[in-house]
Design a protein around this ligand. Sequence first.
Ligand code: 2AM
Length: 179
Amino acid sequence: MSAERLRVFFALWPDAATAERLEALAGQVHAQCGGRRMRRDTLHMTLCFIGEIGLGSLAALEAAVATVKAPAFRIDIDRAGWWPHKHIVWAGCGAGARDVAALAETLRAAVSAQGFKIEKRPFQPHVTLLRKGRCPPVTDRIEAVSWPVREWVLVASERDHAGSRYRRLGCWPLGAVAK
Ligand code: 2AM
């Protein structure tokens, strides 16, 4: 990709304590499934994947979400899953799933209203824990990791010899929303 273009997406990024617990979870499933563990600093939940944009479109993308308001919430990461076709072992949530989906939908609507093309596949909230996993985790139930969600971020994905690196481009707080 040229330096004039960025591969971007909106995501939830865990605070340090949550990231530490998610990393421990990745370690547990790695013992069962092998593959490549995601590094602590790369663990996240994608809300809305945009893909490649020109640097010149970044301001418009940020402006598209500037007025989005949503309340803070909490999610319980309490299940593990497996996508055999992608060899991905992921963690998902029970409590909070509706709040995540609502925020993702709000962002999708805001950016597509400004002409950005977004992924049409149904939203599947997940944190990728392992890539190139060999088998599913032994159980889909895991001890819940409680994740307080107070903001969402815009991130650029860059590749180097160590895999994907993520650079934070913007951050928007969640908070009380007037009824
Ligand atoms: P994954 O972890 O399941 O691969 C950066 O690549 C982030 O965007 C990752 O969370 C990745 O999900 C997600 N992603 C990559 N390509 C995508 C696509 N076409 N649609 C939705 N999400 C995508």
